[in-house]
Design a protein around this ligand. Sequence first.
Ligand code: NAP
Ligand code: MG
Length: 494
Amino acid sequence: MTAVDWQAVGSRVQGPTDLLIDGQWCEAIDGQRMDVVSPIDGAVVASIALGSGVDIDRAVLAARRAFADGRWSHLAPAKRKQVLIAWADLIVAHAPELAYLQTLEMGKPAHESLAIDLRSVGNTVRWFGEAIDKVVDEIPHVDPGALALVTREPAGVVGAIVPWNFPLTMAAWKLAPALATGCSVVLKPAEQSPLSALLLARLAIEAGIPDGVLNVVNGLGTVAGAALSEHPDVDVLTFTGSTAVGGRIMQASGATNLKRVWLELGGKSANIIFPDADIDRAARTAAWSIFFNQGEMCTAGSRLLVHESIYDEVIDRVMAVAATMQPCNPFADQAPMGALVSASHLDRVDSMVRQAVSEGTALVVGGSPAEVEPGGSYYPPTVFDRVDPSATIAQREVFGPVLAVTAFTSDDEAVRIANSTEYGLGSAVWTNDLSRAHRVSRALKVGLCWVNCYEEGDMTMPFGGVKKSGFGRDKSLHALEKFWDMKSTWIQLD
Ligand code: NAP
Ligand code: MG
C-alpha cells in the first residue's frame, strides 16, 4: 500500500463536534463544551459538546420514540440490511478520515488505524448487515393440538458505552448487531475519543439510519455514562471498558430497572511458550502481542510464561522486537508504536512500572517515558524479567507496553500460573505437540485461546471473557442474542 498523505487527509476532514440526538446535531442543553487534546503533542485539536444527564434523557426519549413507532424496528430485516451495507460502503469510502481522527485523538499509528481498525469496522457493519436477513426463529415440535413459536424481538433501547483504545472497532461491535436486530441506540464514546465516533455516526445518518435510531452523546463517564447506565428506560446496556466501571454499571442496573448488562472488561492475558514450539515465531509474536497498540489492548499478552529450558533464548528475541518497536509520531510512515492515550494515562503506566521496580522486580528494558514530540505521551516497550507470578505487575492490568516474563518448569505449573489472576480474557499456547495444545487450551479459564498465533480470528468467532474480564460476547451471531428478547408463544389449536 502506498503511504497515505495524512497531512492532506487532516486538512480535508471536517467531522461533527456536536451531540447527535433525534437525527439533529445539537449543543448540550447546558451549553458545555470540552477540549479534545491530542496525545501526539498535547495540542487542543477540537472542542466538542459535552452532554450531561439531561442530554442522555433527550437521547433516550428520541431512541424510545423511534423504537416504538417502528421506523426501524418494524422494517423487514432485508431493508435494515440495505442500510447497514450502505453504511459499510461509506465507512470504506471515508476510512482515511476516520483513521485520521482516531489517531489524532488517541495516538495509535495511523497506518494501523487504517489497515486494522477501519478494515474491521467496515467488515463488522457489513457482516451483521449481511447476516440479519438469514437468521430464523423456531417452531418446536409440540403436541399437534398446539402451535408453539419461539420468536426473537428487538429488545428496545440500547445504551452503548465504549473505551478509547479501539474506539471505532468497539463502537462497531456494539452498534452493528444492535441496529441489525432493530434496536435503537444511544452511544456514549470515551471522553478521549469523541471525534471518530461522531464521524462514524454522521456516515450512518447519510446511509439512511432513521432519525432517533442512532444517537451519540459525548460526555464524562461519571456524568453521561452514569446517567445512561441508571436510566429507567434503557433496556440493554452494552459496555467495554475497565472492570471497576463494569461493576458500577451492574450496580446501577440493579438499583434501577434491571436493564440487561453486557460487560467486556480488562485482562491480563498469558502467552505460554513450551520448548517444542517454533521458538522464534512464538517469541516474536508474544512481543508483538504486548507492544502492539502501545499495549492498550484488553487482550494484550501482558504476561509471558516461558519454559525454563528456553527462557534465555526467548528473552533475547523479545528484546530484539522491543528494540524495533520504539514509539514514534503516529503519523510517521509505518510508525511501529504511537502515543499513549493521554498524559494522565502515561503517568498511570509509569507509576505502575516504578512500583514494580520498588518492589524489587528486575527491569531489563524501557521503564521511563520516551521523548518523541514535546508535549506528547510516549512510553517505550518495557520488560520485567523473572517476575514472581504473584507480583502486582503480574496481576494488575497496566494497559501499556509493559511485559512481565515468568519461567515455568511443567505444564501444570504453566496452567496454574496462567489461571492465577482475577481475569480470564485472552491466552495463547505455543507448542507443536497436538495433545499438549488441546490439554492446555482446555485447562485455561479464559474466553479466548489462540494456539500458535495471537489475536487471530474472524467475525464468526465470539469475543469476550470470563471471571473479572466480564461475560458479554461481541462479534459472531451470538452477539445478536444480546439485543433480542426471546418470546415463547403457545397457541392452543383445539
Ligand atoms: P473505562 O475508564 O472503564 O471507560 C470506558 C467507558 O466507560 C468510557 O466511555 C468511560 O467514559 C465510561 N465510564 C467511566 N466511568 C463510568 C461510570 N461511572 N458509569 C458509566 N460509564 C463510565 O475504561 P478505559 O480506560 O476507557 O478503557 C480501558 C479499559 O477497557 C481496560 O481495562 C481494558 O481492558 C478495557 N477494554 C476491554 C475490552 C474487551 O473487549 N474486553 C476491549 C477494550 C478495552 P469516560 O471516557 O468519560 O471516562
Ligand atoms: Mg476513562
